[in-house]
Ligand binder design. Structure first.
Ligand SMILES: [Zn+2]
Length: 277
């Protein structure tokens, strides 16, 4: 029993000290791995650090040196703090290491911060098109169709990104991964896993080990889901970024940054088809 407990403890401590990722190459432009240009597409100021920090911080250090961009589709004006929140977003992105020339925030009348409003996919596609095309974006990272927190602004984004990819695919005479960006969704996990907090890296690492053992037995490549896991240093960076969002620092945010899995781990799946029923 003791050796098992010791092994678990070592795994726990190492998972907190050493960030790790699995299948990160899946997100990169595999044909031109040094040219990957990755756009993080978010709905509100603070999405970048509350949900996507493990990925952004890992990509920043990635040996393939992808260029990272950030596009936020509202100024988060639901409570009237939009102009302040724009400044907060800028300071948060400073902490997360995204260049000032590579970040934009949009304030469009049909894409306003609203808890009950689904955004129109065709409007999103039109709004994001110039940023994607002009910057030769190869990969768009955004929410999935559950939006992590079920916020309708969040779960509207993959539909808009997918719409744009389809428009570009139809226009390109010879589609290439360079001219038509691939779209990836951040996986919404079940409620219980969502709040695994500091235990999330341990469970993710155990899953990876288990998956590798299974793959060896079944001689399969396993799933190609990309996973990014923060260590303690990256976690602290994400918390520092969140602290720049002073208008959002209510008591429940402290609970969130303490217990949320998304402060530690991001799982990604590529969008291959998407449509509303
Ligand atoms: Zn949000």
């Amino acid at each position: 029993m003791l050796p098992w407990l010791t092994a678990l403890l070592v795994l726990f401590v190492s998972s907190l000290y050493f960030p790790f990722h699995s299948n990160s190459h899946v997100l990169l432009d595999q044909a031109r791995s040094n040219a990957s240009r990755i756009l993080l597409l978010t709905a509100h100021p603070d999405d970048e650090c509350l949900f996507f920090a493990p990925t952004v911080l890992a990509l920043r250090e990635h040996p393939a040196h992808p260029e990272i961009f950030s596009l936020t589709l509202s100024i988060g004006n639901a409570a009237g703090f939009g102009e302040v929140r724009k400044e907060e977003l800028s300071r948060s992105l400073d902490v997360m290491g995204i260049d000032q020339d590579n970040r934009w925030v949009v304030d469009h009348p049909m894409l306003q911060d609203n808890m009950t409003l689904e955004w129109d996919a065709s409007v999103i596609a039109v709004v994001i098109a110039p940023y994607v095309v002009d910057n030769h974006i190869t990969t768009i990272l955004t929410f999935d169709t559950q939006g992590i927190s079920s916020h309708p602004n969040h779960y509207s984004l993959p539909f808009g990104a997918w719409d744009l990819a389809n428009i570009l695919r139809a226009k390109a005479p010879e589609p290439t991964s360079f001219s038509v960006p691939r779209v990836f969704s951040l996986v919404t996990v079940p409620l219980l896993s969502k709040y695994a907090g500091v235990l999330a890296p341990l469970s993710s690492r155990m899953n990876m080990i288990l998956q590798r053992v299974l793959n060896r037995f079944t001689q399969s490549d396993g799933n190609q889901q990309a996973v990014f896991t923060s260590g303690f240093t990256q976690y602290v960076t994400a918390v520092r970024a969140m602290q720049k969002h002073t208008t959002q620092l209510e008591w429940f945010r402290y609970l969130y940054v303490t217990f949320s899995r998304y402060m530690w781990i991001n799982d990604w799946v590529e969008v291959k088809s998407l449509g509303k029923n």
